[in-house]
Design a protein around this ligand. Sequence first.
Ligand code: TXA
Ligand code: MG
Length: 334
Amino acid sequence: MESAERINKAVEILARGGLVAFPTETVYGLGADATNVNAIASLYALKGRPTSHPSIVHLASTAQLEQWCVDVPDQAILLAAMFWPGPLTMVLKRAPGVSDALTGGQDTIAVRIPSHPVARKLLEAFGRGIAAPSANRFGRISPTSAEDVRAEFANEVMVLDGGRCQVGIESTIIDLSGGSPRILRPGMILEESIKVALSEIESGSGGEHHAPRVPGDLPSHYAPEKPVQLVESSLLQETVAKLSSDGRNPGVLILSGEVVTDAGEARVAMSCSPDVYAFALYKNLRIMDGNAEVDVIVIERPPSNPEWAAIADRLTRAAGDRAMVNSEVGGDGT
Ligand code: TXA
Ligand code: MG
């Protein structure tokens, strides 16, 4: 765990407009003072992210909400009580004075109270909101350890180390800015759990609700550098054999140890538990991407039940199958 001195140093850096990478329970964030337009500009510049792309503001407590949002519906208060601190982001109507630099010019703002103890210490000590997209360069895999962040940004920013991220994929994003609540990005807080909490949340698209403009649908969307194929369990063996006989070197992510492929060392058994799978996903994609022996990544398609929705979303994006995903929000790589 990071020392009080290091947290204080991070606070000083943020206070003078600098950037600090910090752990959250989902993925590492690259943070800037959310009230400082110049700091936000340097954040976008370092990430290589288009300025039209909105960022999540991380808060220490719900008392800070009024600084960022207006017309907060009861549903948001309820979800905050149930899921914060935790891996849920809410899109709400933005308060006057919230910078366009954060919202991409939209009239909404995304907010989240993370649960990771280092993130909480940092947010409490800083006392203001911290704008933080995932700490990867635009279009790359989100980092789930301090060393992943250092691999992206070497010595360009201070990196607070909080170990491996327990959730491992980005937060669930729900839009509560008007109309019916709508999941914009699936995450490990399931739509089902939110539905139960709200008991009448409307799922999917449609209705009179107009989705906010979110430029998460850019063509250069996140993918590992190597091509990714998402394959049904029943076709896995034959796909790997075919690739190998074509002279390719597949790296294979399977669900459990039961499927036999001859991918040797470049074969990783993930997990039949979605929580464990999510925890391990980005780490293993990075490992496959960095393995010189591998030139194509073959992934066994996970089950299609709701517990796997967030993972299926990220895998489908990694495989570049744009037609298959809810394209409102970039699930990752942003
Ligand atoms: O788990 C997470 O959410 C991580 C950690 C660091 O908190 N953050 C993260 O941030 O994934 P980022 O910027 O990589 O992804 C945030 C997503 C983007 O796709 C962005 O378009 C969407 O949130 N977003 C941000 N503000 C929004 C808004 N006002 N309306 C709709 N979508 C918004
Ligand atoms: Mg991102």
